[in-house]
Structure formats: C-alpha cells, structure tokens
Design a protein around this ligand. Structure first.
Ligand code: OVP
Length: 398
C-alpha cells in the first residue's frame, strides 16, 4: 500500500488548543500517515497506537520520546533513564522506580494526602468561587507531591517551569519551546541540586531511591537521575489531570450529579476524564527495523508520533459517542498512561491524588458552575487549561 501524507502541523498553537478536529482527520486518513512538515509518521487510531506502545522491540524509546532523534541531535538534557531508555537498561530502572512507587508505599500517603485535600476543599467551598487550575489543580499536587518526594520548602516554584520545559521539549523548536528555554538555566540547576542525596528529607521517595543505590540495586549516578524523573513526570502531569477532570465535570453538570450521588465513582470519573481529555497528548517512538503497519512500509530509524489523546477518542474503539464524557463508561483500555513496559509508573500516586480531590469536592459541592470560558494553556505535549473559573454551590449539611 502506498504512503498517505497529510499536511497538518500538530504543534501549531491552534491545533494544540483544539486538537480534536485534526485528530479526526488523522484517524480517517489511515492507520498510519506521513507528516511531511516534520518528516515523521503518525498514528491516531486506538488499534495502531496500542499495538506500537506494546511493541517496544520495533518502536523504541532510547532515541527519544520526542521529535528529536538522539542518534542525530544532542538531547537538551541527559536522557531520562526511564522514559528515554530501552531494555535491558530500562528494566533495571523500572524495577527500582516501581518498588519506590509501589501500591503499598502509596497507601502510606493516604492519610496526609486526604487531610490536605479536605482542608483545601473546605477553604475553596467557603470562598464560594475559585479557579480550578490556579487555586486547586496547581496547589494540591505542588503541596503533597514535593512533600512525598522529600524536597525542602525553598525553590518549589521551579517545579512547574521545569515541567513546562520538559514537556515542550518533546516537540519541535517552535515559539513554545523557545519561551520555555529562555530562562531555563537556573531552573535546571535548581532541579539537579534538588536530586542530590544531602538535600532530600529522610523517609521520602527521593531518599528511597538513594537507598536503592546503597543496596547496590542501582548506581549512585543513577539515583539522582531517577529523582529527576520523579520531578519531571510527577508534577505537571497531575496538575493537568486534575484541572482537566474538574473542567470537564464543570462543563457537564449531569456528570457532576452522578459523582455527587456516589462519590465512590471518583476513580472511574478520573479514568474517563483521562480518556476524554488526555493530559499527555502525544509521545514519539523510533522504528528499530523496517516494519509494515497495516500494509504500509516504514523504514528503520523513522520517528513515529503516537496520538494518545486521539486514540482515546477513536470511535472505532469507543463508539460513536467517543467525544462525550460519561463517567459511567468503561474507560479501561485508554492509553492516557501509555501501555506496555513504559506505562506510567507513578499511576498509584496520580490516582490517589485525583481520588482524594474529587471525593473531597463531591462531598461538599452540589453544583460546580463555570463562570467564564476556560483559557487553554499551550504546550507541545500537554493539553490543559491555565484558568477555569467556577462558582460552587455548597451541600447544605456536609
Ligand atoms: C510522562 C515523563 C515525562 C517527562 C520526563 C520523564 C518522564 C522522565 O523520566 O524524566 S513520563
């Protein structure tokens, strides 16, 4: 079968802010299409995205999870030992990180994370109106996660700019990346310092990674790199995820009502939100060998752009109402956390944060009403909002 090409720019700011019409074009054009603008291939249907994510032998991560091919260009920072690595090296790092972020460790955070969620919900409901993004989705993870890692209180304002940089850097060298790079040097220096053993609080996730080095499971060079992964992947992702979930629920009052009725649906509501508006929209892989995809030939060494956010709205997988948010829908099988050996290792902590925030609000808020249109936050990889103003109608007898 011959190559289908499509002249779209997925990293153009209009498409980043409103990607869904472009997703539809990409999916309908074919199972795999060539984007001449960047010289890369793209997959936007669930079937092919899922198949590529679970075939790490043919679609590797070691040449970068962004547009840049690490065989051809120098990476903007030393590559992540997790995200930008392949077996067998990746396997060892994943083992160490998986142990540190295990379900049992994360269970230990529940009490403190819940107290913070409840206190914040009390404060915001008492206020009557607030911004879902700046007052909640940014504040909550920025408190509980750095505490869990064991960061000192000073300098935490560097975390969001660093995340914005890391996620813009997966895209092309456009205005967004330029802006993020402009003041990046002190931010990068602060982050690297925060990864060192002597500044991490005992008992935190960061210290646990250093203990893995003491036990010889990883090296003392690898330990700070894995702490860096926590700080790169653990903040913005949860900020966007919580923001997107509450934006979608405020725009769909019927869905909020369902959650109100049964707050134990919080975890399902979160999965459906991740499907409906995926915080991480795209990642790249690189072909390790010539490979046929649905009858189309891809050479070795080609970048392939995987549209996680489009796969999660593919009507071929989800049915004709794929664009509707429905917290009662079985959303499992979404690829918002990826799939296969690289599937999000921080899921337990992300899910805990979301569950506690959603439950705290669902218990206290009868109605979550938008008071203005949400403003989108442009990023080459992340889809989300910079501002989502709402008014809350409190439950009478909470
Ligand atoms: C969403 C991710 C994102 C950015 C950085 C890293 C991981 C890392 O390992 O540094 S996964």
């Amino acid at each position: 079968m011959s190559r289908i090409t499509l002249d779209v720019d997925p990293f153009d700011e209009t498409n980043l802010a409103a990607p869904y019409p472009m997703h539809c074009r990409l999916r309908d054009a074919g199972p795999v299409v060539f984007l001449p603008r960047y010289g890369v291939w793209a997959m936007a249907r669930h079937q092919e995205v899922y198949a590529s994510l679970t075939d790490h032998e043919s679609f590797c991560s070691g040449r970068g999870a962004g547009l840049s091919d690490f065989h051809k260009e120098k990476p903007w920072r030393p590559p992540s030992l997790l995200l930008e690595a392949d077996p067998p090296d990746h396997t060892v790092m994943r083992g160490a990180m998986g142990k540190v972020l295990s379900a049992s460790t994360v269970r230990g955070f529940r009490q403190t994370f819940k107290a913070e969620a409840d206190a914040l919900a009390d404060e915001l409901v008492a206020r009557g109106h607030f911004d879902v993004v700046t007052d909640l989705a940014e504040r909550y993870p920025l408190k509980v996660f750095p505490d869990a890692v064991g960061l000192l209180p000073d300098g935490r304002e560097n975390l969001l700019p660093y995340g914005a940089l890391a996620f813009n850097a997966f895209g092309p060298h456009n205005r967004l990346l330029e802006q993020a790079l402009a003041s990046a040097a002190p931010v990068q220096d602060w982050i690297w310092n925060a990864c060192q053993r002597d500044v991490l609080t005992p008992g935190g996730l960061g210290a646990s990674l250093w203990q893995a080095a003491d036990r010889g499971e990883i090296t003392t060079e690898q330990a700070p790199m894995l702490v860096r992964s926590l700080l790169s992947a653990g903040v913005d992702t949860t900020v966007y995820a919580i923001g997107n979930t509450l934006q979608a629920l405020s725009a769909n009052p019927g869905q909020w009502a369902k959650l109100r009725e049964k707050p134990s649906l919080a975890r399902f509501a979160f999965d459906e939100s991740l499907r409906y508006e995926s915080p991480v929209q795209t990642f790249f892989r690189t072909t390790t060998r010539p490979i046929d995809v649905a009858g189309v030939h891809l050479p070795e060494g080609e970048k392939v752009l995987l549209f996680l956010g489009a796969a999660n709205r593919d009507p071929r997988k989800w049915g004709e109402d794929a664009d509707r948010m429905d917290i009662a829908r079985p959303a499992s099988g979404h690829v918002a956390f990826g799939m296969g050996i690289h599937q999000c290792v921080g899921q337990p902590i992300a899910r805990l944060e979301a569950e506690l925030v959603l439950t705290a609000l669902a218990e206290r808020v009868e109605r979550l009403e938008p008071t203005a249109d949400p403003a989108s936050k442009p990023n080459n990889t992340l889809k989300g909002w910079s501002s989502v103003p709402v008014r809350v109608h409190p439950v009478r007898f909470h």
